[in-house]
Design a protein around this ligand. Structure first.
Ligand SMILES: Nc1ncnc2c1ncn2[C@@H]1O[C@H](COP(=O)(O)OP(=O)(O)OP(=O)(O)O)[C@@H](O)[C@H]1O
Length: 343
């Protein structure tokens, strides 16, 4: 549905050229959700804006639903853009129009008859869960409600593709969750292809089928969410994954933690479980095979793209030689280990 080939985009900043995108290629299949994740300034906004030619690439090609957008005339491009909806971090609603009239706007612009507009807007309001807000103005809505209106407005034109430019970045975690659920629902019910950009791995984890990691204007890694979470190749990707899995060491342990394995102290081991890790009950196995007790101090396990991954901190009641054996045992099961200290 979307195919970008070797996109280069340079901007002139005063007397120098800045390369915002440096040879980006990606494909998004029909009905898929593709997330592009990257830090600030990596080129995410430029990338998503190149898909509907809000930014014109310096070179490369942009195909959407089989059409080469850079080859279209102005009127053909306007037509093609109707198939490409977009939602933004700050919603971009018209404050002087009611919710109903905001959603009706694209239909009015395409000369849809009034009775048809009414039915369509009411259907869309139901779809996004806001039927009772039709007469309200945007200023009286919460951030999540505003984004729902923006989603309804963009769906009014029946797009095949939806571009989401940091659509949940201005929202609290709970509202983010509900908007992501709505996007997934729209994707599944209407078979709309979604390309989104974000700086949060949680967004990718919760709704994307595929993910690309962008850094300095280049896609340094891309693949299915399951693949990327199980075999992250670059340090940046590993950092993004870890950032979605932060676990805290309880204060009591922080105070008791020492760097040396003094007598009577036990190693505190961090386990990183990824899609590559063997799915066996490793903890009961170390107890059974080595006769070693353990205590789970903190743990976070999650699923993304059908793959289980997570982080666990365990206090293992082992001595020097036993500890080495336990570490080797975990590593053999493709579980990454690190001794955080001794408690
Ligand atoms: N209109 C512009 N004119 C000049 N330089 C620009 C323009 N837009 C973006 N840039 C530059 O291109 C690079 C990529 O910017 P872009 O906004 O695409 O990154 P981003 O990943 O979306 O960042 P953020 O998450 O902070 O929005 C940056 O160095 C930025 O300064």
């Amino acid at each position: 549905m979307i195919e970008l080939k070797n996109i280069i985009k340079t901007y002139r900043q005063k007397d120098r050229l800045v390369t915002a995108l440096n040879g980006v290629s990606l494909q998004v299949g029909k009905g898929k959700i593709f997330g592009v994740i990257g830090a600030s300034g990596a080129g995410k906004s430029t990338l998503i804006r190149c898909v509907n030619l809000l930014e014109k690439p310096t070179s490369g090609s942009v195909m959407v639903d089989g059409q080469d957008l850079l080859q279209l005339s102005a009127s053909q491009l306007a037509q093609a853009r109707r198939q490409i909806g977009m939602i933004f971090q700050h919603f971009n609603l018209l404050s002087s129009r009611t919710v109903f009239d905001n959603i009706a706007l694209p239909l009015e612009l395409s000369n849809t008859p009034k009775p048809e507009i009414k039915t369509r807007v009411l259907d869309l309001l139901t779809l996004v869960g806001l039927p009772e807000k039709q007469h309200d103005y945007p200023s009286s809505l919460s951030g999540g409600q505003k984004q729902r209106v923006a989603i309804a407005r963009t769906l009014a034109s029946n797009p095949k593709v939806l571009l989401c430019d940091e659509a949940t970045s201005a929202l609290d975690p709970e509202t983010t969750g509900s908007i992501l659920k709505l996007l997934k629902d729209i994707n599944q019910r209407l078979n709309i292809t979604i390309l989104l950009i974000t700086h949060e791995m949680n967004v990718v984890k919760s709704i994307c089928d595929e993910v690309g990691v962008i850094s300095n204007g280049q896609l340094i890694e891309q693949g299915t969410v399951a693949d990327i979470f199980s075999h992250p190749k670059t340090e940046l990707t590993q950092k993004f994954i870890a950032s979605s899995l932060e676990i805290e060491l309880p204060d009591d342990f922080k105070q008791r933690l020492s760097e040396a394995s003094d007598s009577g102290k036990h190693p505190l081991i961090k386990l990183e479980i990824s899609g590559r890790s063997t799915d066996v009950p490793v903890l009961s196995e170390i107890a059974r095979v080595f006769g070693i007790d353990y205590n789970i101090v903190s743990a976070r396990m999650e699923y993304a793209g059908g793959v289980k991954f997570g982080i666990m901190l365990i206090e293992v009641h082992s001595t020097g030689e036993q500890t080495k054996k336990v570490l080797t045992f975990f590593e053999d099961k493709f579980i990454k280990t690190q001794i955080i200290g001794y408690v």
